[in-house]
Design a protein around this ligand. Structure first.
Ligand code: CO8
Length: 257
């Protein structure tokens, strides 16, 4: 499929989506939304893909929702279209999705990165929720997901002052899992995704579901869910293979079943 605003490729078992609106610093408009979701759904359906990476350019992961598209929008336009609700479909993707963030990840760009399973940041990354400077507030999870990542105090600071957080502060605050030199970002993200894609896909998907469950439920319910899913893994051929390979001191040959 030909895309206008993204580049899509497969590297071995990893699907790579690169946001590609350089003149607008990868600002997110409705075409970007439709194309990213189409690419994600194609990777989700592709048995040859075990993990997905979303990235941008060295200058910008995404500088937010497209302000030029929103500038003249009315309340009724936004409400009737349920503007940008479509991004929530990203959190229904069951394969792992890594955000590889260099440069600006602002507003909807920061929110898009937070919808992914984890964020690997380049050392030049800058995260922020600057919507307040435009007379609005975050609308794709900035007031909700950011608070869960970094806590109330820092989330308030970011959402109310609109200031940016650099990569070092983002790692210290738990927003990103690791920081790497900008020139190595894609290789590091692809290496992490390749490693994930080398494991049993059903086990990986169950582990992702269990971690995500911790955001939606109480500790005791989450622990029960985790234990039940763990028990169910004894039905996987890959559990037999993984544990036998360990005991026999050989590399496992997972067959994703
Ligand atoms: N939307 C549209 N165009 C943008 C955006 C954007 N978010 N960001 C940058 N651009 C464009 C600029 O207009 C400029 O285009 P042009 O040359 O045609 O004027 C081009 O990208 C380059 O930008 P700059 O010249 O400004 O580049 P600088 O290096 O000087 O500055 C910055 C980089 C600091 C990133 C600056 O561009 C900036 O502040 N951008 C806006 C950041 C922002 O406010 N983001 C939040 C947007 S609102 C949002 O994301 C809401 C999400 C929730 C919506 C969901 C509702 C339910």
């Amino acid at each position: 499929m030909a895309y206008e605003t993204i580049l899509v490729e497969t590297r071995a078992r990893v699907g790579l989506i690169t946001l590609n609106r350089p003149k607008a610093l990868n600002a997110l408009n409705t075409t970007v939304l439709a194309e990213v979701m189409a690419a994600l759904e194609a990777f989700e359906a592709d048995a040859g893909v075990g993990a997905i990476v979303i990235t941008g350019s060295e200058k910008a992961f995404a500088a937010g929702a497209d302000i030029k598209q929103m500038q003249s929008m009315s309340y009724v336009d936004a409400f009737m279209a349920d503007f940008f609700a479509g991004w929530e479909a990203l959190s229904r993707i069951r394969k792992p999705v890594i955000a590889a963030v260099a440069g600006y990840a602002l507003g909807g760009g920061c929110e898009l990165a937070m919808m992914c399973d984890f964020i690997i940041a380049a050392d030049n990354a800058k995260f922020g929720q600057p919507e307040i400077t435009l007379g609005v507030m975050p609308g794709m999870g900035g007031s909700q997901r950011l608070t869960r990542f970094v806590g109330k105090s820092k989330a308030m600071d970011m959402c109310l002052t609109g200031r940016m957080m650099d990569a070092e502060e983002a790692e210290r605050s738990g927003l990103v899992s690791r920081v790497v030199p900008a020139g190595e970002l894609i290789e590091e993200a692809l290496a992490a995704a390749t490693k994930i894609a080398s494991f049993s896909l059903p086990a990986v998907m169950m582990a992702k579901e269990a971690v995500n469950r911790s955001y939606e439920t109480t500790l005791s319910e989450g622990l029960r869910f985790e234990r039940r899913v763990f028990h169910s893994m004894f039905a996987l051929d890959d559990q037999t293979e993984g544990m036998s390979a360990f005991v026999e001191k050989r590399t496992p040959n997972f067959r994703n079943r």
